[in-house]
Design a protein around this ligand. Structure first.
Ligand code: UDP
Ligand code: MG
Length: 323
């Protein structure tokens, strides 16, 4: 009997020529127990790789009829590549995972079981990875603390982009039109019944991490600024605090100058430091506002999140199709 429930697996890949064949083999093995019950679609997203990633994917597609792919016109980044994959997935449920084998494909049947048990969203929670650098672990923990403190989101520290979405949840997600996409937060914002599955991440099997420090900072800013007005409010609070402090210091110095003969130097110093502090604070506040303004600007331009170069995906949304 032909399976009528389709499961899509979405795998973004940027410069992953070395690891993709290994990944695909592991994925195929992990999907084996599901093959009888589900029609499977493996959707690779080539995120504008400049190495042989696209050729490798074409090879996989030629050898395995379950493989489809979309290729982006340039490198748009992990979250955009994931979005492209989700846009083009045809399944009744969609699992997304990295194609560097850090997200174990063997866990997919577990995610599917949790979906069948009635959860629309199945998240995976990464155990603390001792192989990660001290800095990456520390900065990630700090970031999620800040995010939890300043937003209504309860993004679990170490939630990953390895997750399953039911068609209902996915259709909800696809309606969110933000230009700066922080999918972890967006999925959380959606609601639905959520299940969590813990996993221990593997070491990257080949190739290198694409998340440089710069990309990590940008990702963190997207998370914070897309989900919270707190930084602006913080600037207002800081402004009030500096005002109060400067009044206090000015009064203190004015009082002191009454009792000391030569207090000119103190006055000048206070005026200088005070002036510098206020100027620095103002610049900082303008910077914070600017970050929001840039995001509004990006959003208002209404540019698509990615541009397709090539696609063998089943067309989901005619508006996204290549001519
Ligand atoms: N990736 C992508 N576009 C990018 C950067 C990364 O599609 O611009 C993919 C990459 O191929 C991998 C996943 O996103 O499958 C996670 O990236 P990476 O392994 O570099 O991040 P890390 O695991 O180090 O956080
Ligand atoms: Mg990785």
């Amino acid at each position: 009997m032909a399976a009528t429930t389709t499961l899509s697996i979405v795998c973004p890949a940027y410069q992953e020529e070395d690891v993709l064949p290994l990944f695909h083999a592991a994925l195929a093995a992990a999907l084996e127990p599901l093959a009888a019950e589900y029609a499977l679609e493996i959707l690779y997203v080539d995120d504008g790789s400049r190495d042989r990633t696209l050729e490798v994917i074409r090879g996989l597609a030629a050898a395995d009829p379950r493989v489809r792919y979309v290729s982006l016109s340039r490198n748009f980044g992990h979250q955009a590549a994931l979005t492209a994959g989700l846009d083009h997935a045809s399944g009744d449920a969609v699992v997304s995972l990295d194609s560097d084998l850090q997200h174990p494909p063997a866990l997919i049947p577990t995610l599917v079981a949790r979906w069948r048990a009635g959860n629309d969203v199945v998240l995976t929670i990464r155990a603390d990875d001792v192989r990660l650098s001290w800095f990456k672990r520390f900065s990630s923990r700090l970031f999620y603390k800040i995010l939890a403190r300043f937003t209504d989101l309860d993004v679990r520290p170490s939630a990953s982009d390895f997750r399953l979405l039911s068609r209902t949840a996915l259709d909800g997600l696809l309606r969110l039109p933000e230009a700066h996409r922080y999918l972890r937060g967006m999925v959380q914002w959606l609601g639905f019944r959520v299940a969590e599955v813990p996993f221990s991440p593997e070491a990257r099997r080949a190739g290198t991490s694409k998340y440089t420090l710069r990309r990590m900072v940008r990702f963190a800013l997207d998370g914070l600024l897309s989900f919270s007005p707190a930084p602006v409010r913080l600037a207002v609070g800081a402004g009030l605090a500096v005002t109060a402090l400067s009044w206090a210091v000015t009064s203190a110095v004015a009082l002191a100058s009454l009792s000391f003969a030569d207090s000119h130097l103190a006055l000048v110093l206070v005026a200088l430091t005070g002036g510098h502090t206020v100027a620095a604070g103002a610049l900082l506040a303008i910077g914070v506002l600017g970050e929001y303004a840039v995001r509004i600007y990006e959003q208002v331009k209404g540019r698509p999140v990615y541009v397709l170069k090539e696609s063998t995906a089943v067309v989901q949304n005619p508006a996204l199709a290549l001519p």
